[in-house]
Design a binder for this molecule. Sequence first.
Ligand SMILES: NC(=O)c1ccc[n+]([C@@H]2O[C@H](COP(=O)([O-])OP(=O)(O)OC[C@H]3O[C@@H](n4cnc5c(N)ncnc54)[C@H](O)[C@@H]3O)[C@@H](O)[C@H]2O)c1
Length: 436
Amino acid sequence: MIKDFGGKVAVITGAASGIGRGLAYGFAKRGMKIVLADIDKENLEKVAKELKEMGIEVMTQITDVSDPEQMAQLADASYARFGTVNILCNNAGVGGAGRISLITLETWNWTLGVNLFGVIHGIQYFLNRMLASNEPCHIVNTSSMAGLLSGDNSPYPVSKFAIVAISEALALDCFDTNVGVSVVCPGRVNTNIINNTRMLRETRPGTWQPPAEMIEESEIGKENMNRILARALAPEKLAEMVIKAIENDIFYVLTHPEYIPLVKSRYERIYEDILRLHEGIEAKSEKKSRIFKCDAPIFSIAYPESFIELKPNPMNFPVNEPVLVASKEPGIDLLIFAFKSSTNDRPLAETVQDIAKRIEERAREINITSNEPATLRDGTTAYESVIEYKYLGIFKIKSIHLSVLKDDHQIVISIYANANYYNDDLRDILYSLEFN
Ligand SMILES: NC(=O)c1ccc[n+]([C@@H]2O[C@H](COP(=O)([O-])OP(=O)(O)OC[C@H]3O[C@@H](n4cnc5c(N)ncnc54)[C@H](O)[C@@H]3O)[C@@H](O)[C@H]2O)c1
């Protein structure tokens, strides 16, 4: 997490125009040293001149982000000049083309080369140096709302979905390191993307050129688009949101909340199609239980028949902490930890603090949502707590814990499940606990 930007170093690709230029100003206002990279030499120098007039140390590097060698050189030159890099904005991009039935392979190669491989090259040549520096660092990848909602302007959304995916994977890899990650998914921003894309596309042999009669290419179409863009979000405002995201370690930077209903409706359609394909998936199965007994723990647990099995987890955990796994599908849906300690000094009500502390090592936004006395079916007094958190900063987990005092031993049984998957079956499993 970066709180103090002054004197730190930012590298921005696609910095000669639009969002990249806006980011450069946002960082300059905070006194950062800035490396500006783009293929547009003339506009790059203009931005550099303006920043220098603000008293900012600036370096420019002509870089085609789709070329791995040029990106490697950008990284070498940035580290050679400033010794470190704290923020990398993989921002350079070109706009959409057209319908899949029309576009050419060269169009695919060019768009994915710039938009997706530009990001991949940035990660490839900067990430390990950032990790090794141990300084606070952040990688910002510019995707788009088209990275969450596809449209008919391929290959643009294809490249932008992939940027969301690689950013999610990167955020998991970088959890609890000195490198934060954000993916920016803007709606319309007032930039030069339409004209720049058209100009660049026309210089590339083999790319699909939209015919003049297409509405977007007509004079009315261009005028309309310019009017729409003029009313769109200012790049400087977007830059302030990105900076807020870096300061607060916000991963998804959705700059246009008005798109939320559309994103929701996409996921609703996925859900509806699942129901159409698997009729009756929602119907509750009759609740029958099977019993799991294990020599090591001193208890048995009844679990619903709808689970495939409950079995000792093959993963290596300490012996005094047997872990069981259960699933509804082949694979692991939930983990059941059974922990027996020989001391009973700690009041049951306080066990939740120990559990939360353990979760802390791999999680964020830990929230103890309840912690109440309870009674097991056999009359044993217990304490029930529910803890919600984000595992590796991303996956929402809901966990339920029962702590029990039995024969001078404290036993804690915990069930961890994806929050969307959590249901009363899981509580039933805990309350079916019987001591052998
Ligand atoms: N403008 C929008 O409405 C909008 C919305 C969502 C996402 N985006 C994304 O924002 C990013 C920035 O776009 P923008 O809107 O500021 O457009 P822009 O055209 O104003 O700026 C993009 C810059 O990238 C540069 N560029 C193009 N190809 C390059 C390459 N191969 N190597 C290096 N630089 C290259 C261009 O020269 C230009 O300076 C893009 O990734 C774009 O997809 C834009």
